[in-house]
Design a binder for this molecule. Structure first.
Ligand SMILES: Cc1ncc(COP(=O)(O)O)c(C=O)c1O
Length: 355
């Protein structure tokens, strides 16, 4: 069904949040990049400039999640991610801001040196309780694989007389102590924010291109577009999962968002657009196209993107433009979801392709 923006906002506002970001995040044109690619009108929304820690899409999600942690009277959060996880860094920073202790399970899902660099350095500065774990390379560690260890850490916290809250990876799927898809709800709100920004510029949006990892950002933006009845296509560039299974994850989270907001979202299968051909060999792997995309964004626009997420989304955007996916007059927005601090621990890979 289609709802007025005000109705959707009212439903979202029933969920309280803690303030963690400066909003609205900026939107601007990528004129030199559009020209260089002879492409459509390219735009960018700077979710990397949220203001929490070094910024990123997780700040928005954490506004609702930290509120839920506080409401549940927990004093410790437990979550997991990869060794250089942006999610874990943002969670640790958000937790610290509200006097909550962060415990991070960091999995070695790709090869980087275990030295204090990038987000790992920042996790140390935040004095997070960091527990580094071995993992299979090239893919994100899913919830069902960490159930045992989460339970162990949860019990350890409780035995010491504290109260723990387990946040699922990326704050997207319902799980752990999070009973609602709060991260994705935050991205419905982000979609409405973006819609208003484009309206004030007298512009519409044909497509939004974004990196998709745990799926909450894509599911929330998609739910936002569907609820508003907009024809804006949300193109999710998977960094880890294959298209078929990941599309189902996105659908599940979007459906949960509809239930949580008590609004009916009508999806057709073709509304869920996931590309899995830009994974560059697997999660955390780097290739020439991704490295070139990172360089092109920097030399045309002076903007840094990252090797694990936004670099892959940008490589996809460039390839899709070359393949004629967009019309020349289309407005295509690149959602910059953050993560540039991962450039430092991945310097060897980047040097290999760019020097
Ligand atoms: C920089 C960056 N972009 C995009 C994503 C993907 O967001 P989501 O997990 O909501 O799919 C992540 C997730 O960790 C991220 O760190």
């Amino acid at each position: 069904m289609i709802y007025p923006v005000r109705t959707i906002e009212e439903k979202i506002n029933r969920y309280q949040k803690k303030r963690l970001l400066y909003r609205p995040t900026p939107v601007s044109k990528l004129e030199r990049l559009s020209k260089h690619l002879n492409g459509p009108n390219l735009w960018i929304k700077r979710e990397d400039l949220t203001g929490l820690a070094l910024g990123g899409n997780k700040s928005r999600k954490l506004e609702y999640i930290i509120q839920d942690v506080i409401d549940s009277r927990a004093d410790t959060v437990i979550t997991w991610g990869s060794i250089q996880s942006n999610w874990c860094l943002q969670t640790a920073a958000a937790a610290r801001k509200f006097g909550i202790k962060p415990i991070l399970l960091l999995f070695e899902t790709y090869e980087t040196q275990k030295i204090m660099d990038g987000n790992l350095l920042l996790d140390f500065i935040l004095d997070a309780d960091i527990r580094i774990k071995a993992a299979q390379k090239g893919r994100v560690v899913k919830a069902e694989e960490v159930e045992g260890i989460l339970e162990e850490v949860f019990n350890e916290v409780m035995e010491k007389g504290h109260k723990a809250y387990i946040i699922p990876i990326g704050g997207s799927m319902i799980g752990g102590s999070m009973k609602l898809p709060l991260g994705a709800v935050a991205y419905v709100d982000a979609y409405l924010e973006l819609k208003k920004q484009m309206k004030s510029l007298n512009e519409g949006l044909d497509s939004i291109v974004l990196a998709s990892g745990s799926g909450g950002t894509q599911a929330g933006m998609l739910a936002g577009a569907q609820l508003c009845g907009d024809s804006t296509r949300i193109l999710g560039i998977s960094v880890s999962e294959d298209r078929d299974s990941f599309s189902q994850d996105i659908k599940k989270v979007s459906d949960d968002v509809g239930d949580c907001l008590e609004l009916k979202i009508d999806f057709k299968d073709e509304d869920i657009i996931v590309f899995d051909d830009y994974r560059a060999g697997g999660y955390g792997e780097l290739n020439e196209e991704v490295s070139e995309a990172i360089r092109l964004m920097a030399v045309t626009e002076g903007i840094f993107i990252d090797p694990i997420y936004t670099g892959k989304a940008a490589a996809a955007l460039i390839d899709l433009i070359h393949k004629g996916r967009f019309k020349k007059q289309d407005n295509v927005l690149f959602l910059h979801t953050g993560g540039a601090s991962a450039l430092f621990p991945h310097k060897q890979g980047i040097k290999k392709f760019l020097l």
